[in-house]
Design a protein around this ligand. Structure first.
Ligand code: NAD
Length: 508
């Protein structure tokens, strides 16, 4: 790989804020080798010892939170309040949660065999070694340092390849980790583009990838060469359903926040809205009114929306909106770059008269656009909501609990929020991840830490006899015994027939 430089720019001002060297293949390999040495020391520590170091790390993060928040806003353009309220909050809470719960989730499980009662069976969760985390740019701390916390608590070392657009927050976090009492090189950050990430896939013991579907498929293909485990947290096109009996004020507020938070650059953003015709007009008016009252500007101003993080993303949003307009959609507010603004500001936008012929209803937009569609009834809403190649998150608004739970059951998504939106991401007990093209694997919950482990089964004989029935020699007597035993054990219904000759039931 050619050694080059990456320029990091503030997307709200276009000012250059850093220039970083791209890690070479040899540097990536060295980082993983060093991480391996650190991991050997770290895995010997108890959960309580690991938790103690993580708490020191959190204290250091808190002591430096103003600098980190500045870094976050400078490299993303998001409002400063969101840097504290979303990114730092998530990481602090994740540290507390995993420090407390890792031992519970990873406790060796004592299993009781249904048949071989003379065996003691234990299933263990051992660390994988060096976990590679490859991240996007929309949450540069949550999806780097935040994602590393469960991996570290499970006893792994972590090497992070953050997005080339936003590497500074992760670098800041890793520097503080170095001062917090972790073994040296346990948590490292390597800077680079896709090629750097590929080098990491060639070296690490597992890859936790968050990013686009296109890149996710490349990651899976490359990891297949080494047969290392991979989790993929990918993009989506999350639907919101609003039924005629919904509490409309709450639904409209949820819609505006859930679609526009972080300028819509959230994997679980509301990206399409289906509203029952009885309340469609009122709901649209409410949403437009609320969107018109939002303030957009620089991170340090009192604003709800900052700039978008990349111009390429903004151009993608423009192109989807233009395509929808060509096909007959209407813009009720927004629909253009913010006039006179220097950075990548796209006005919060509401569109109607949209259809599933349009990219804006089918492809991930990842921008501040709310396309709203009128539907006849709940069946049509559900059919359209499920008409997608993605399936990450979703929401339904109705005051009828029974209907809400029925829709939740039928929604083709990794999560459904009833009368709420996005909230599942900050419930670390709840598994979070996609179905269909939105990904493989889960973050959070038991799976969110067990994915960073290799499961090992240990079986111990309790009796110590000189031989076992199934061992050699294979005599005719044994053969006859097996024949009789198989019939007795597995022939349908023999147990019930003995108890009640008129009833039949499947055997074991
Ligand atoms: P991206 O796929 O372009 O890049 C993600 C990371 O992959 C970057 O670090 C990039 O350098 C790296 N990369 C690029 N080429 C690679 C290759 N060939 N092999 C390995 N890694 C490579 O995504 P992005 O534009 O940075 O992020 C936006 C996407 O992330 C959106 O689709 C969004 O939905 C998704 N996302 C998903 C979740 C989730 O939890 N499901 C969370 C946040 C973002």
């Amino acid at each position: 790989m050619e050694k080059g430089l990456i320029e990091v720019r503030n997307p709200a001002t276009s000012e250059k804020i850093a220039e970083l060297a791209v890690a070479s293949a040899e540097e990536v390999a060295r980082a993983v080798r060093q991480a391996r040495k650190a991991q050997a020391l770290w895995q010997e520590k108890s959960f309580a010892e690991r938790a103690k170091v993580l708490h020191s790390f959190r204290d250091l993060l808190i002591d430096h939170q103003d600098e980190i928040a500045e870094t976050l806003t400078a490299e993303t353009g998001k409002p400063l309040a969101e840097a504290y309220g979303n990114e730092l909050f998530y990481v602090y809470d994740a540290i507390g949660f995993w420090a407390k719960n890792a031992a519970k989730y990873l406790k060796p499980e004592h299993l009781r065999p249904h048949l071989l009662k003379t065996k003691k069976v234990v299933s263990r969760y051992d660390p994988l070694g060096v976990v590679g985390i490859i991240s996007p740019w929309n949450f540069p701390l949550v999806l780097t340092v935040g994602e590393a916390i469960p991996a570290l608590m499970a006893g792994n070392a972590v090497v992070i390849k953050p997005s080339e657009l936003t590497p500074l927050s992760a670098l800041h976090g890793a520097k503080l980790a170095g001062e917090a009492g972790f073994p040296a090189d346990l948590l490292q950050v390597i800077v680079g583009l896709g090629e750097t990430a590929e080098c990491l896939i060639d070296q690490a013991d597992m890859i936790s990838f968050t990013g686009s579907v296109v890149t996710g498929k490349k990651v899976l293909r490359r990891a297949a060469e080494r047969l290392i485990p991979v989790t993929l947290e990918l993009g989506s096109k999350d639907p919101m359903i609003v039924l005629k009996d919904a509490y409309l004020e709450r639904a409209a507020n949820a819609c505006v926040w859930g679609a526009l938070m972080n300028s819509g650059q959230v994997c679980t953003s509301i990206e399409r809205v289906y509203v029952e015709e009885a309340v469609y007009q009122k709901f649209v008016e409410m949403v437009v009114g609320k969107v018109n009252s939002l303030r957009q500007g620089r991170s340090h101003d009192e604003v709800e929306l900052g700039s978008m993080t990349s111009e390429a993303q903004l151009i993608k949003v423009e192109s989807q909106v233009e395509e929808a307009l060509r096909r007959g959609a209407r813009i009720l507010t927004g629909g253009r770059r913010k006039p006179g603004a220097q950075g990548f500001f796209y006005e919060p936008t509401v569109m109607v008269d949209v259809s599933h012929e349009m990219q804006i209803m089918r492809e991930e937009t990842f921008g501040p656009v709310i396309p709203i569609m009128k539907v006849k009834d709940r069946e049509e809403a559900l059919r359209l909501a499920n008409d997608s190649r993605y399936g990450l998150d979703s929401s339904v608004f109705t005051q009828d609990k029974k209907t809400a739970w029925e829709i939740a059951e039928q929604m083709a998504a990794g999560a459904v929020c009833i009368n709420d939106t996005l909230v599942n991401f900050i419930i670390p007990e709840a598994p979070m991840g996609g179905i269909k093209e939105s990904g493989l694997g889960r973050r959070h919950g038991a799976e969110g830490i067990r994915k960073y482990c290799r499961q090992k089964t240990v079986v111990m004989d309790r009796l110590g006899l000189k031989s076992e029935l199934s061992w050699f020699p294979m005599t005719q007597r044994k053969r006859d015994f097996f024949r009789r035993a198989l019939r007795l054990l597995y022939r349908s219904g023999w147990k019930n027939k003995l108890a009640n000759p008129n009833r039949t039931r499947q055997g074991y």
